[in-house]
Design a protein around this ligand. Structure first.
Ligand SMILES: [Zn+2]
Length: 236
């Protein structure tokens, strides 16, 4: 295995441990990363509890979400959300799909998730809500086809995350580090916002503050990553 692939596999494995530790992933939900050399492929984690050295834990897929390996058994049924977002967004190199409980109320109510503090400036790019029923009728709520993935990617548009009514959220980033950071802080914002609302009339970051804060964080992604790896993956 070449160095770049080893690095991506390690990052994906650390990402699942970090996100599980932070209560954002469990046996469900998944993380993916665009292939470092073939932009028209991506790697998707098969089992959130697997070890970093287990190469069989990483499915390689094309952007139609077809497995590259002919003998790939049981590819994830929700893989299409990853493929369609990578196809639509050349700036996205990593995706976290989560069912984090704190995000659910904002996907089913009229209350908008808004940037309450500087760690969540990326929310100012918009927080669309994907209602699978709107264009697709009755489903089991999961993104199990290319059409549903396309629909979700279209709703995400240029945002950093899309809430999914009655299901969860999908968060994107330019790197695994950034997607993990955003998934964690979107969830913390979702926990804090109802508290601020109960206290009364919260002042959210305005768009300019939010964009400036997000620019700053993009340049220091290695710092929270280092901290989180030490916190959740230090038994390596
Ligand atoms: Zn899901």
């Amino acid at each position: 295995m070449d160095t770049e692939t080893t690095r991506i596999f390690e990052e994906l494995c650390f990402a699942t441990r970090i996100l599980a530790g932070e209560g954002i992933l469990d046996g469900f939900g998944h993380v993916s990363a665009r292939h470092p050399r073939h932009g028209d492929r991506y790697y998707l984690v098969r089992d959130n509890a697997a070890e970093p050295g287990d190469a069989g834990n990483f499915m390689e897929l094309d952007l139609e979400s077809n497995p590259i390996a002919k003998d790939c058994a049981n590819p994830s049924i929700e893989r299409f959300l990853h493929g369609e977002i990578y196809k639509a967004r050349s700036d996205v190199n990593a995706i976290v799909h989560t069912h984090a409980p704190a995000l659910i109320p904002f996907g089913v109510s009229k209350t908008q998730l808004q940037p309450l503090y500087h760690m969540c400036g990326f929310l100012a790019y918009g927080v669309p809500v994907f209602d699978i029923r709107q264009d697709n009728g009755m489903t089991d709520m999961l993104i199990t086809s290319q059409e549903l993935g396309f629909s979700l990617a279209r709703c995400l548009d240029k945002s950093a995350l899309v809430l999914m009514r009655g299901h969860g959220a999908t968060v994107v980033g330019a790197s695994v580090k950034e997607a993990v950071f955003r998934a964690i802080y979107a969830t913390l914002n979702a926990q804090a916002q109802p508290v601020a609302m109960q206290l009364g009339n919260p002042t959210y970051l305005c768009a300019q503050e939010a964009f400036l804060a997000d620019d700053l964080h993009r340049s220091v992604m290695h710092r929270p990553w280092k901290f989180l790896v030490r916190k959740w993956c230090d038994n390596e």
